[in-house]
Write a protein that binds this ligand. Sequence first.
Ligand SMILES: [Zn+2]
Length: 394
Amino acid sequence: MTDQGNEGLDRRSFMIASVATVGAAGLMATTASAQTSSSDATASAQGTIYTGDVIDGKRVITSLDIADLEPGKTHRLYFKGVQMPTGQTWYVSVMVAKGAAPGKRLGLMGGVHGDEMNPIHMIQTVMNQLDPAAMSGSVMAVFDVSRPAVEGMARRWPNSGRGIDLIDINRLFPGREDGPDAPLRHAGLVFNRLLRPNLDYGLDFHTAATGMDATAFHLARMDIPEVRAMAELYPIEQIFDNKAEPGLLSNALIDAGIPALTPEIGLPRIFDHDMIALFVEGTMNVIKHHGILPGPMGRTGKDSNVFIADGLFPVIATHGGFIELLVKLNQAVEIGQKVAIQRNTFGEVVAEYAAARSGRVGARRTDATAEPGTPIIFLLFDSASAIGGDVVVE
Ligand SMILES: [Zn+2]
């Protein structure tokens, strides 16, 4: 299975592996995938199905059609995901601000990786600012897409089908309701019965993986005009213009005809309120851009002079040992510049790392140790201005 092969890979690795994937081949793959997935898009015809259960005052659903919800109100629901090995259920928290008038439908997703907390607070903050009575259209929030991963403050879903497998659900979308493991089925249920039938646009919020920090940035396919328009509405530091891997929620949405991107809100595991505020401002801009709420735009990427990069170059540890970083996030780095020193347990220098090309620091390691093969720093660059040479692909 896909995830068996990818089990050792995490977000950092996929970014390495996907450095050179932008372009025509990616677009062709998108088209082919859209054709094969359209035949099973039947969930939208199901409407909203209530199980009759109520948990902590929230009604339980197995399928949602926002058209069925009362306009001008905010609705709080539990979506019934896949079952646990005990037969209990992984419920997912859903909030819908449904405008008094019809209009565009925007989705805000968090918790696809369970150690990424900034997105959850960011989405809560946006939802609390919305007045459905003044809205045209809807904003749907899903806070904890990969519930077991969120419960464990872990990136991956601990799946017990064959002994514990740690499954990265953001490699599984659009999922399969009849798939051979629970996370794949959960991804299919969420995608087919909750997200795809109810969204015109999607934002799947993430952070750096545990062990890394990152600037305020997006992973976004800037070749898609409607994606680009949303991405540029955030007053953030960087945009990495890249298709990334198949299986990402944002890519599955795009394949289903729903423009989407992956905003990345800094560090995992914590609430960084300064950085959260940037993404709240950007998301409110997106809501106004789509005419869901009236009002003036806040600051955008123009104001923050956002750096749009189409290339990523990792600095990878060649030794095991303790890392001392010599560069900060978003710092401009010249080719040949020393960016990190590594020492062994005796404090002796075992490696020094220099930038193999010029760029800006997009992410850097926060764990003090690194073993051979661990990315220490990611440099983002714009290929139009970059120095030639092969990009390291793992
Ligand atoms: Zn993530």
